[in-house]
Write a protein that binds this ligand. Structure first.
Ligand SMILES: [Zn+2]
Length: 374
């Protein structure tokens, strides 16, 4: 089947993250088995009771995979006014459709590349991984890494990178911080403790932490250090009440080599200092999310291969990917695929036809390069 027809069929299957992905998984399972791969499904119900499945397809029954190729099956939602969201349309050398870019183009290229070869003749084990719920926090890949189905030596994580290999990415972490004081009539502030005043002091301290993090430099990123943002704050109940509570959201993106918990640790240190002086104030830190950063060496064989095949120097990635989960399986991982992330997640997302076709060729060569020689 042509890569275009495969992409058409993939786009026609509605696989937004809110729905179960059983339909697209069963399609992929059929295609993989027809290509001679051994498939295995890992299924669970998500928080809304929807069945979500991760699928693996291996060229042989081995736990030592040489090359793993990963594509996520879910897409972001689409505007109901986009009538062709699920119908692949061609115009101006581009294929349009929900998921056409992110990341069904990579999956279509992968299936096409695999079907062009005889997987039984591979000398080293190949695995394809199709994951659930990438768009809502790489949840499927994390689950699959926890299930630990095999180890992988090298991995290519499909994402729209305009065929540029990306070998490192910052982490992504969020914590909710609550400061509790004591309410009182604002005419008598000495009877209460203002949660907002204390939150403001802590935030000033966090700004200083943020500045100190600039010393831990990582030249390949822009900006080349861990960034911190307090994006949301709320507190108090009325202008004439000393506020009893103030909450804010702390978000940070750690550079590789820095623990995801480092920032929270610094914030907690600042908090314990405050608490020594002001025992009537309570602070609560809920670390809600801690996605690891990742980095694969410039001289890794997977980076070198993709640089040479794409004729593009490796870069770093600004958005979250499934690469840390592949690293958890032991892999040296790079993120790579057709289409541009800047057109993903919007009405009219597309993949350029020539990039899609080039990707088929590059993935075919990658499998040959890593798995055909003993
Ligand atoms: Zn994606």
């Amino acid at each position: 089947m042509s890569v275009e027809q495969t992409l058409r069929e993939l786009v026609a299957i509605d696989s937004v993250s809110a729905r179960s992905n059983t339909e697209i998984i069963s399609y992929l399972d059929d295609r993989c088995r027809a290509a001679g791969l051994l498939t295995q499904q890992f299924s669970h119900a998500d928080d809304n009771g929807e069945i979500k499945i991760n699928l693996t397809a291996r060229s042989e029954d081995s736990r030592d995979i040489e090359l793993a190729l990963v594509g996520h099956t879910d897409t972001v939602p689409y505007d109901p006014n986009w009538s062709d969201a699920l119908r692949l349309t061609l115009g101006d050398g581009k294929f349009f459709g929900r998921g056409a870019c992110d990341t069904k183009a990579f999956i279509a290229a992968l299936l096409t590349a695999v079907e062009a070869l005889d997987v039984r003749r591979l000398k080293k084990p190949l695995a394809l991984l199709f994951t659930a719920d990438e768009e809502i926090g790489c949840l499927g890949a994390k689950r699959l890494a926890d299930a630990n189905p095999f180890t992988a030596r090298y991995a290519i994580v499909g994402e729209p990178t305009a065929l540029r290999p990306l070998r490192a990415g910052k982490g992504y972490c969020v914590a909710e911080i609550t400061v509790r004081g004591q309410e009182a009539h604002s005419a008598y502030p000495q009877l209460g403790s203002s949660a907002i005043f204390y939150a403001a002091r802590l935030i000033k301290q966090i700004e200083e932490i943020s500045n100190s993090l600039k010393d831990d430099r990582h030249a390949d990123f822009d900006p080349p250090y861990t960034t911190i943002n307090i994006g949301v704050i709320s507190g108090g109940t009325a202008k004439n009440i000393i506020p009893g509570e103030c909450r804010f959201t702390l978000e940070w993106r750690p550079v590789p080599g820095q623990q995801t918990g480092h920032v929270v640790h610094l914030v907690e240190e600042a908090i314990s200092e405050f608490q020594r002086e002001h025992r009537n104030i309570e602070y609560k830190v809920d670390a809600a999310r801690a996605d690891e950063s990742f980095e694969t060496r410039k001289d890794s064989a997977i980076v070198q291969f993709l640089e040479q095949a794409s004729a593009q120097a490796a870069g770093t990635v600004a958005f979250g990917t499934e690469a840390p989960s592949m690293i958890a399986l032991g892999a040296e991982a790079a993120v790579f695929g057709p289409g541009d992330i800047r057109v993903a997640h919007r009405t009219g997302e597309f993949v350029p036809v020539d990039e899609l076709e080039k990707c088929v060729a590059i993935l075919g060569r990658a499998i040959d390069h890593f798995c055909s020689k003993s």
